[in-house]
Design a protein around this ligand. Structure first.
Ligand code: SF4
Length: 125
């Protein structure tokens, strides 16, 4: 598993400017531009036995950091593709990523069904 950019990183005091994807060096690893390169505030991963209210507050703070991050899309896709089971990645909590993944699985199933139907119709036609 790739080390999350925010595993030993700190939230930057000043959010990074959004940099259009086309203007970035496409060969550079996305996490080099992570706003959360040092998460000394511990926003992105839950400490053990974190109360629910504290978790929700921490996650909202992490999401605010993500919203100003120039690599949010790359980070989110990474976390979905791995998949990363813990923490806030790309502005999504682990529970939110599970929902996105479930939707993608349903969509893929529907697309496969539609493709099979189209093949049957073409074969019969
Ligand atoms: S989107 Fe959020 S978690 Fe991902 S690199 Fe940026 S600040 Fe870190």
């Amino acid at each position: 598993m790739l080390q999350p950019p925010h595993s030993s990183l700190q939230v930057a005091a000043v959010p990074a400017q959004r940099v259009p994807v086309r203007d970035r060096d496409q060969d550079a690893p996305w996490h080099t531009e992570a706003v959360c390169r040092r998460d000394e505030a511990g926003l992105f991963f839950a400490p053990s036995k974190e109360p629910t209210a504290a978790r929700l507050s921490r996650e909202q703070a992490a999401k605010r950091v993500c919203s100003g991050c120039p690599v949010m899309v790359e980070c989110r896709e990474h976390a979905l593709l791995q998949p990363e089971p813990y923490g806030v990645w790309g502005g999504l909590t682990a529970a939110e990523r599970r929902v996105v993944l479930a939707r993608r699985r349903r969509r893929d199933l529907e697309l496969k069904k539609a493709a099979r139907s189209a093949e049957r119709i073409a074969a019969a036609g």
